[in-house]
Design a protein around this ligand. Structure first.
Ligand code: NAP
Length: 246
């Protein structure tokens, strides 16, 4: 149970972030729902969460912009006081072979996926250090662990999250703050629905369970790390990938 706790979930309007927000709210946490563009989806989720009997606050912010994240965390603090759980979930893809990748597509993926994690964590850690407790959970990807043709930018950003996670775990462990990453494989969201059918079928062949996962599968791992069950786990990467063979 997460009763009395407050969680910030970035990129909560859709897909995995939405499932994480619903799971943590279902376990009793108050939720700060961040989104980039889709206000309607975020507002609808807020209503769904409030029906669960917990509080939710919707805040628009581009996680790649330091000052916008500062405002996001300030609003969250104003509303809820303490912040106990940060889930850095917001992420994008701009796939393409390196030979044809534009500088803009490389930079944008790094800015949102990796700098976004820095921005949010940078504003939350001082609060957690002060309260001497906290859980930080970063959503990386199996692609950051093993690579994938056509995703050099995305893989670099997600591998960066792994190094960031392990380093910060060592930096702030003495303050009873855990920092972990969850690495999803192929999960049914807007991000993977864009893949051509041929690629989806080929991907399934490399998954032991022979199917894509659901956002809820990732949310369950996040909840595990955020709850008392995750108390003695830090600096780890937990894969939720149906058993992918590489
Ligand atoms: P998704 O369905 O495309 O949703 C992306 C979410 O991120 C949306 O809520 C979007 O907000 C938000 N977002 C995008 N750019 C943002 C920004 N600059 N600032 C704040 N929020 C932003 O993606 P998903 O599949 O749920 O993926 C969620 C996370 O899991 C990502 O980090 C992704 O890399 C990772 N992941 C996904 C898979 C998979 O198979 N789906 C596998 C491995 C890892 P708006 O709705 O407002 O645009």
């Amino acid at each position: 149970m997460l009763k009395g706790k407050t969680a910030v979930v970035t990129g909560a309007s859709r897909g995995i972030g939405r499932a994480i927000a619903l799971k943590l709210a279902g376990e009793g946490a108050s939720i700060v729902l961040n989104y980039a563009n889709r206000k309607d989806e975020a507002d609808q989720l807020m209503q769904e969460i409030e029906k669960l009997g917990v509080k939710a606050l919707v805040v628009q912010a581009d996680v790649s912009v330091f000052s916008q994240v500062q405002d996001l965390i300030a609003k969250a603090r104003e509303e809820f006081g303490s912040l106990d759980i940060l889930v850095n979930n917001a992420g994008i893809t701009r796939d393409g072979l390196l030979m044809r990748m534009s500088e803009e597509d490389y930079d944008r993926v790094m800015e949102v996926n990796l700098k976004g994690v820095f921005n949010c964590t940078r504003h939350v850690v001082p609060l957690m250090v002060k309260q001497k407790s906290g859980r930080i959970i970063n959503i990386t990807s199996v692609v950051g662990l093993v690579g994938n043709a056509g995703q050099t930018n995305y893989a670099a950003s997600k591998a960066g999250i792994v190094g960031f996670t392990k380093s910060l775990a060592k930096e702030i462990g003495s303050r009873s703050i855990t920092v972990n990453a969850v690495a999803p494989g192929f999960i049914e969201t807007d991000m993977t629905s864009e893949l051509p059918e041929k690629t989806r079928e080929a991907a399934k062949e490399n998954i032991a369970l022979k199917r894509f996962g659901r956002p809820e599968n990732v949310a369950d791992a996040v909840y595990f790390l955020a709850s008392d069950m995750g108390e003695y786990i830090t600096g780890q990467v937990i894969s939720v990938d149906g058993g992918m063979a590489f």
